[in-house]
Write a protein that binds this ligand. Structure first.
Ligand SMILES: Cc1cc2nc3c(=O)[nH]c(=O)nc-3n(C[C@H](O)[C@H](O)[C@H](O)COP(=O)(O)OP(=O)(O)OC[C@H]3O[C@@H](n4cnc5c(N)ncnc54)[C@H](O)[C@@H]3O)c2cc1C
Length: 345
């Protein structure tokens, strides 16, 4: 079988690597970092990615990482005392990326894959047999705004629902219950001026405005050392796979706005969509160009609707009038929240 090289060992790259090894395809995976590590992520897996993990037989692995199910969500807005509560359309899975990525990497190696950690790949992405799973594009600013994201784990936080979303004037912060009383706190923010000094101010950003419900959540909280991570230069403009000259999956293809909680699912799904065409290429049943075409076509068809809806929702949350209209509609009709989750899955 022809060998395949995967660049990037996040969720997309590791899932594809495991799926290919399960069919005996020779795979080398390059990861610039090392495992385990904390990632900027809400650690909330919703949508169809769950089925991918089941199909690949990875559920026991997730359970061994302390996965817990989330059934309920509550939304808050700073400056408003009332919350909007709703059941999730289907249970989501909450799991820390710290053990998850490590166990997936171990599984890939157990299946006979070749893993190069701490190795930044610098080849030609367009070459035959190369899959780019190298994560999100970096864009210093978009429409005059700089975007950045922060994540930490805390304990001693009491929450009203398994998942809480807190809307702030220039960002949103998600709280997600993980196992053992640990809560993931992850936020996306924007600023029109140069990015603030996050090394000094990151807790302030994640704790929200004074007097907000979000702020009150941290009254007795303990921030867990070593779990903080940050990224800057986030590009939220969707990209079409058919317009790329190389095979791309996960965030390397496109990042769905984080408010959807669907990025990990898209990483998993795009890995699964790439499996059959790449297997066929490896067995010389089709050319790399044909495999690329098939992957791009199925990814674009599968993801276009949810990218569109997630983009609209993200836009509304950062514009005062649409945000306020959405809030009053969802306050009267909380089922709209379930619909929002359903449209972005
Ligand atoms: C604020 C925020 C909150 C989020 N919350 C959620 C959530 O709750 N639920 C959800 O489903 N999604 C969420 N996401 C999105 C989710 O985290 C990503 O969509 C998902 O992790 C993408 O996985 P990936 O494998 O494509 O990329 P990544 O996980 O970024 O992995 C890419 C890997 O490639 C490596 N790499 C890059 N270049 C090279 C190179 N040249 N050589 C070798 N290695 C390289 C990097 O080191 C990295 O490990 C959130 C995102 C943000 C920004």
């Amino acid at each position: 079988m022809k060998p395949v090289t995967i660049v990037g060992g996040g969720l997309a790259g590791l899932t594809l690597a495991i799926g290919l090894r399960q069919s005996g395809v020779p795979v080398t995976l390059y990861e610039a970092g090392s495992y385990p590590r904390h990632r900027v992520c809400g650690e909330f897996i919703s949508g169809r990615g769950q089925a991918v993990l089941s199909t690949l037989g990875l559920l026991p692995l997730l359970e061994s990482c302390g996965m817990r199910q989330a059934q309920t969500a509550a939304w808050f807005q700073s400056g408003r005392s009332s919350a909007i509560r709703s059941e999730l359309p289907e249970p989501a899975w909450c799991v820390s990326r710290h053990p998850l990525d490590l166990r997936l990497a171990e599984e890939f190696v157990r299946l006979g894959g070749h893993l190069e950690q701490r190795h930044r790949w610098t080849g030609v992405p367009k070459d035959e047999g190369i899959v780019m799973a190298s994560g999100r594009r970096v864009q210093s600013s978009a429409d005059g705004w700089r975007w950045w994201a922060l994540k930490t784990h805390v304990s001693n936080v009491s929450m009203e629902a398994d998942l809480e979303m807190h809307l702030e004037p220039d960002g949103y912060v998600g709280l997600c219950r993980l196992s053992d009383g640990v809560v993931n706190v992850c936020g996306l923010f924007r600023s029109g001026s140069p990015q603030p000094d996050l090394a000094r101010t990151w807790r302030r950003w994640l704790q929200g405005s004074q007097n907000s419900v979000l702020h009150s959540r941290f009254e007795d909280a303990t921030f867990l050392d070593g779990t903080f991570a940050s990224v800057a230069g986030i590009a939220l403009q969707p990209q079409k796979a058919a317009e790329q000259s190389e095979v791309r999956i996960g965030d390397a293809l496109t990042l769905i706005p984080p408010v959807s909680g669907n990025g990990m699912s898209m990483a998993l799904e795009s890995a699964q969509l790439a499996l059959d065409p790449i297997r066929a290429f490896s067995q010389s049943e089709c050319s790399w160009t044909e495999a690329h075409r098939q992957i791009a076509q199925t990814c674009d068809t599968t993801f276009s609707r949810r990218l569109r809806w997630a983009g609209r929702l993200q836009w509304a949350l950062f514009h005062r009038v649409p945000k306020s209209i959405l809030w009053s509609m969802a306050s009267r009709q909380p089922a709209l929240l379930r619909m929002g989750f359903a449209l972005t899955r």
